[in-house]
Design a protein around this ligand. Sequence first.
Ligand code: OAD
Length: 254
Amino acid sequence: MMFSDRLLDRLSRARRVAVLTGAGISAESGVPTFRDVEGLWQRFKPEELANVEAFLDNPELVQGWYSHRRSLVSETAPNPGHDALARMQDMFDSFTLITQNVDNLHQRAGSRDVIELHGNIMRSYCIDCGADDVANDDVADVAGAGVDDGIRRCRSCGGLIRPDVVWFGEMLPQDAFAEAESAAFASDVFFSVGTSAAVYPAAALPLTAVENGAYTVEINIEESNIAMYMDEVISGRAGEVLPQLLDSIESVRG
Ligand code: OAD
């Protein structure tokens, strides 16, 4: 058994559980990270594309990069780690799933009310009028705006369409972060899964849980930057550890 008696005891009594996930949970689905996108995009650094200046300078390039990433993600599927977290949502009085990922895989696995700290590449909005009902289709489909310069524009006002993700230099969605903070604050058990915990403020959430007396557990193939603050560190792949964790929760909560 890979789980300690302490963890199982906490889980048997826990009322509120919160989980923070990062890119590691999607690795087993084959979602390419920023760093290993292929072909055409290899010559660009993510920092050069994922920021508002780059977008305004060359919207077609940045829109094209996100189109490419959306199609890669569409070809992948949730893995047993995402599935196990979706099953856990009904096993506690309160279960909050917070993710830094923009790949939509938790939602596709059936997790409800996922707190998206960095947005979701499947959504877009107009930078001028804010319209968010734009489909993530290719340029041809936004011809309704009457502009045909290869750039995706808003159907109602012709403004530039951008992905609903947090770019370098931008603030996190404040409501989502506040909700995530309260969940971390109130949790009895907090899991940090597949994140290097290198990017703030998301990386502060496990520390908020620690300060407020939660039992904190990291699940990662290697130790993160905050491993030393966690009550327990489980070394392993999320897609293998989480299904076993689900089984253990089922057995201790009967
Ligand atoms: P990172 O790429 O920084 O870290 C991924 C973590 O997953 C590492 O700690 C790996 O050891 C771990 N890992 C890899 N495969 C795993 C597996 N199968 N099971 C468990 N763990 C595994 O990704 P994040 O921590 O998500 O921000 O990065 C945070 C943010 O940095 C991203 O959301 C993005 C980026 O800048 C924005 O886009 C705003």
